[in-house]
Design a protein around this ligand. Structure first.
Ligand code: FMN
Length: 360
């Protein structure tokens, strides 16, 4: 349990904005809002997921976890299954190409008490795809009924999938996969609006996601390029999808799930000192979750630098962070930097390319 609590001012803003979110159910899975955190490898670890839930995310999904790593009893992989006691609406995401191995791993994953098990069917990374996992699963739909059925039979909690729109522009088959998933009792489908071939190029195809959302037999979570609270809010107001997932957007703006509920003309903003508050909480959570000091430093550095994006003199601050070899000193320069900024607001271009790579 973390000992850090937020200032009254931050706590009351969080509570106000959180109260505007509507609780939803996607199939049998309940979430606190229709805005969820997208799974991201080496990022959606338990500490970050807890922080996001505290900051208004309706639910989260773990980073992708290898079914073979679980089945071999690999210690590092098993550690990835561990939840934080404060997490609520969490799904564990597994990847692999073989339904039997996936079903076996899902039985183990279920014992860690997530709300649902998610299958990664969107990872475009060569190492995963050449073995037949990730987005390669979308290529041969004839195998999917059995794949889903085996996993579904193995577990007592809901099964969900995260896919892309198709393998390439000539094989957009998300609707077909959704129908197979429905037949086999999958609860909902999250879709990253790009094909595998696109990787992270171009734009997520929201016209397609909206068409899929409008006549899908299963609840759809739309995902891709919702990098700012304004983009999230605009989409939320008009979407046919039952929920939205935000990935990269919450790295540079961890308040994105709350800010999406700020009404037009309303004077609510999160200050640099409030960023400093959440950085301290994340440090605390990460410390309790990580055995190695070096890993803790690396984890914190990347989050601190992402969270500073768009603030004044950030380039200089970033290089100082990367030159500081120790966590205590890193925290000290971070405190000095954020507290010196007083009421400065962030200036981020949500359309510029940011982290064009990942496992889904
Ligand atoms: C660094 C990184 C890691 C990712 N890891 C995963 C993953 O483990 N599982 C997965 O299904 N998707 C993964 N993704 C894809 C995201 O969940 C999401 O579909 C994608 O980033 C598009 O959403 P966004 O534009 O909001 O970031 C990853 C993306 C990034 C940038």
């Amino acid at each position: 349990m973390s000992e850090i609590s937020f200032s009254n001012q931050l706590e009351s803003k969080i509570n106000l904005l959180k109260s505007r979110a509507k609780k939803i159910k996607l199939g049998e899975v309940a979430f606190d809002s229709n805005l969820l955190v997208a799974p991201m490898s080496a990022i959606c670890t338990a500490p970050f997921r807890v922080l996001m839930e505290k900051l208004g995310a309706g639910g989260t999904v773990s980073e992708l976890i290898s079914c073979h790593g679980i089945n071999y009893g690999n210690e590092k992989t098993r550690k990835m299954l561990e939840l934080h006691p404060e997490e609520k609406n969490i799904g564990l995401q597994l990847f692999g190409e073989d339904p039997e191995a996936m079903a076996k791993a899902a039985i183990v994953a279920e014992t860690y008490k997530p709300k649902f098990i998610d299958i990664n069917m969107g990872c475009p990374v060569r190492k995963v795809v050449t073995k037949g996992g990730g987005s390669a699963l979308m290529k041969d739909t004839t195998k999917l009924g059995n794949f889903f059925a085996q996993m579904k039979k193995a577990i007592n909690i809901p099964l969900t999938i995260k896919i892309r729109t198709g393998w390439d522009a000539e094989s957009i088959n998300a609707p077909e996969i959704i129908h197979i998933a429905k037949e086999e009792g999958v609860e909902f489908v999250a879709i990253h609006g790009r094909t595998r071939t696109q990787q992270y190029q171009g734009k997520a195809d929201w016209d397609l996601l909206e068409r899929i959302g409008s006549d899908s037999p299963l609840p759809i979570i739309g995902n891709g390029d919702l990098h700012s609270p304004v983009l999230v809010r605009e989409r939320m107001l008009k979407t046919n999808c039952q929920a939205l997932m935000v990935g990269r957007g919450c790295l540079r703006n961890p308040f994105i799930f709350l800010e999406a509920f700020i009404d037009e003309g309303e004077d609510i903003a999160f200050t640099p000192s409030e960023y400093w508050e959440i950085i301290q909480l994340l440090k605390d959570l990460t410390e309790n979750h990580t055995d190695k000091e070096r890993t803790h430093l690396i984890q914190m550095r990347k989050h601190i630098v992402w969270m500073a994006a768009g603030l004044p003199n950030v380039a200089k601050f970033r290089s100082m962070v990367f030159q500081t070899p120790d966590l205590a000193d890193t925290m000290k320069i971070t405190e000095d930097y954020f507290l010196s900024l007083e009421t400065a607001q962030k200036d981020i271009n949500p359309h510029e390319t940011f982290m064009a790579g990942g496992h889904g």
